[in-house]
Design a protein around this ligand. Structure first.
Ligand code: HEC
Length: 211
């Protein structure tokens, strides 16, 4: 992954050095876009966008916007990397406070290029939860009868779409249904020796993805 960034930086450094004055280069390698609060800057995945900074008036908030299936991870840090110490997907660059500051004005007048590079990572799939042998035995001798094949209209095990609207009511509500019975499901779900914790674990297992 790092290697990929380096290739990008070397390639674009050559292009950028043809221009003069301080610049901010927005780089987006993969996984989303980089925009700014003012709407003046928008840089799509795979692009490099160069901003000429000519005065200490410059200010904007850069916003890392992850694409489908990605989440924002961090801003790449290192030499000439801006935002590297910023936590979260919004990075403020505001030079106004530095007006009259010789160091900053010298930077603005220089032909140095600074980079802003948000790193996006692929979203993690939910971890499937397994069942202990004891709980598997409890499932097999009770819940299995209806929930493996959907008998009597029972929501089928690991059919996440069928479980989603039920889960939305909260785990406690589902626990109560099993304990007191619901529709064709007998009270206790036909499990004579299940504790509340057992029921909770069984419900999480049944409503989650297949291991
Ligand atoms: C005799 C069949 C049968 C057995 C045995 C059974 N269920 Fe069910 N279960 C159903 C049916 C039918 C529904 C749908 C009820 C409804 O919403 O009308 C259901 C619904 C549920 C729900 C959702 C309740 C809600 O509020 O939406 C949970 C949670 C559940 N079962 C857990 C279990 C667990 C855990 C076991 C084993 C300990 C079990 N069931 C055993 C038939 C069964």
């Amino acid at each position: 992954m790092c290697r990929k960034f380096v290739v990008y930086l070397v390639f674009f450094a050559a292009v950028i050095s043809l221009l003069t004055g301080c610049k901010i280069a927005l780089l987006v390698v993969e996984g989303g876009d980089l925009g700014s609060q003012s709407g003046r800057f928008a840089c799509a995945q795979g692009d490099i966008c160069i901003i000429e900074v000519n005065s200490t008036d410059f200010n904007d908030i850069f916003i890392a916007d992850p694409g489908e299936g990605y989440v924002f991870s961090h801003w790449l840090s290192g030499e000439n990397m801006l935002c590297g110490t910023t936590v979260g997907p919004r990075c403020t660059i505001d030079l106004r406070a530095f007006e009259g500051n010789e160091l900053i004005e010298a930077f603005v007048a220089s032909d140095i290029t600074y980079y802003i590079l948000p790193v996006f990572v692929a979203e993690e799939e939910p971890e499937p939860v397994g069942l202990s042998p004891e709980l598997q035995a409890k499932y097999d001798s009770s819940c299995d009868r209806c929930h493996t094949n959907g008998a009597f209209g029972a929501p089928v095990i690991h059919d996440e779409a069928a479980w989603a609207p039920r889960l939305a009511r909260g785990l406690d509500s589902l626990l109560n249904s099993v304990k007191s019975g619901r529709g064709a499901m007998p009270a206790g779900g036909d499990c004579g020796n299940c504790s509340d914790d057992d029921y909770r674990a069984l419900i999480n297992y049944m409503s989650g993805p297949a291991p």
